[in-house]
Design a protein around this ligand. Structure first.
Ligand SMILES: [Zn+2]
Length: 454
């Protein structure tokens, strides 16, 4: 590892024409970008592509675009550098719907109030997207030789699974990701907690395995029940799952994360977090943990949420067929096929059929890369007293498409957000602190500069 990435980054800054106030430009872009409606569904991400394309054109940076379906635009651009494996900065351009009734401002207003920019997508993830764009343009303007290609990718459809965006690009434009060795995307960030500033780098996620259970049996009149029916079979299957939670286990990266949390945990949790391998053997503790934090509990075992089911459409008719759907999320240390086999075996006596609707591959990104080191070094220098920790997400982003390809992928934006503000992501009154955003833009630039300048 090179001696001081941060020093290199500092030297690089002087060449990046720091005085250009890229963070002010980035903020102006963000305010305009929030006002562009890319709510998914339907997405209309081509509007975002046109917006980013105009900014790149003004800089004379070439780019390519492709629509996966009408209106579902994707964009990518490349700064050419040396032979080191390329770095991708990945952003999604769609946002989730917002119910204006519950908002203080119009969700796409881009209004400035109380030091915040308000609007759907400010945190997830148009702010990060403009931070990526600002870094990309700064590197281009500086004209300093890069040790690797830097690729900006703006993709559609992340909020609905990415099949019209990142997933589609991997399938239809694999050339973009050839010789890519690092990827940075949304996920972790700087989190201002009560006692400390923690920078969380998301290195893996729980793996979604969405299942459908179907039962078929003799139909009939509700007045004359048979010993079994399609509905009783489904109920039996769900009861078995409810009564038999999956055994807990500790994955090394999750164990690291708990130990890191122990440093600032309340007295009750300090000891268990320091020794989760032992702690998870105590069912009472796990049940307390689930009440305290469903998120942390979900990191200790595979889980299935029962989310959908259907039997008859008439109260006095026993249906021939009944079904239920399960949102299962498994720890990322083994293939989903093994989990599905185990679950199927558990339900064998019920006669239900188990079908996989969707399942991703499990993958954990290593932490011994130059990008991880650059994040540690730059945040350490620029935010004295802060800590960096690997982070495991229970939800999924587009990163899994790239972890599947073996590309170390980190969910990370150095912008610092108070813990309490995270609930606005996908929620009401989503907004971004303007000063924190601008500082994050510069921190992000410093991190990437430390990776791509020799
Ligand atoms: Zn997102």
């Amino acid at each position: 590892m090179r001696k001081s990435l941060y020093l290199l980054a500092l030297m690089a800054w002087s060449q990046v024409a720091f005085a250009q106030a890229i963070e002010d430009e980035a903020f102006e872009w963000l305010q305009a970008y929030i006002q562009i409606d890319t709510i998914n569904p339907p997405g209309n991400e081509t509007r975002a592509v046109e917006f980013i394309a105009r900014i790149l054109e003004a800089e004379g940076i070439p780019y390519q675009t492709a629509e996966s379906a009408p209106g579902r635009g994707n964009l990518w651009a490349r700064l050419e550098g040396g032979d080191e494996p390329a770095l991708v900065m990945l952003q999604h351009t769609d946002v989730v719907p917002a119910d204006e009734k519950y908002w203080t401002t119009a969700p796409l207003s881009g209004e400035i109030r109380d030091g915040y920019l308000w609007g759907r997508g400010t945190l997830d993830m148009k702010g990060t997207g403009m931070s990526h764009l600002a870094t990309f343009i700064s590197l281009h303007r500086a004209g300093v030789t890069l040790n690797r290609d830097v690729i900006l990718v703006a993709s559609a459809d992340e909020e609905a699974g990415g099949m019209y965006g990142a997933g589609w690009l991997v399938d239809h434009h694999p050339e973009i990701f050839q010789n890519v060795g690092l990827l940075i995307n949304e996920g972790g960030r700087g989190q201002q907690r009560e006692k400390e500033l923690l920078f969380q780098i998301e290195v893996t996620q729980k793996v979604p395995v969405w299942l459908r259970l179907t039962a078929v049996d003799t139909p009939g009149h509700g007045a004359m029940p048979n010993p079994t029916s399609s509905v009783t079979r489904i109920v039996d299957a769900l009861s078995i799952l409810r009564a038999n939670p999956f055994p807990p286990r500790m994955v090394p990266s999750i164990d690291d994360m708990f130990q890191s949390l122990a440093l600032s945990a309340s007295p009750e949790w300090e000891e268990p977090f320091n020794n989760m391998r032992a702690a998870i053997q105590d069912p009472a503790l796990l049940s307390r943990l689930q009440t305290y934090s469903p998120y942390l509990h979900a990191l200790t075992r595979d889980t299935c949420s029962m989310t959908r089911f259907e039997g008859s459409n008439k109260i006095n008719v026993v249906p021939a067929e009944a079904w239920a759907e399960l949102d299962c999320r498994i720890l990322p240390d083994r293939p989903s096929e093994i989990f599905v086999d185990e679950l199927t075996a558990m339900l064998e006596g019920t006669g239900v059929e188990v079908e996989v609707i969707m399942a991703f591959t499990a993958a954990i990104s290593p932490t011994d890369t130059i990008l991880y080191a650059a994040i540690e070094e730059v945040t350490g220098e620029r935010h004295p007293g802060s800590r960096v920790t690997p982070y495991v997400s229970t939800i999924f982003t587009d990163s899994h498409f790239f972890r599947d390809l073996g590309i170390p992928s980190y969910g990370f934006d150095p912008m610092v957000v108070p813990e309490a503000e995270f609930s606005r992501i996908h929620g009401n009154d989503e907004r971004i602190n303007i000063a924190a955003f601008k500082r994050g833009v510069i921190d992000h630039l410093a991190i990437i500069a430390a990776v791509v300048y020799d």
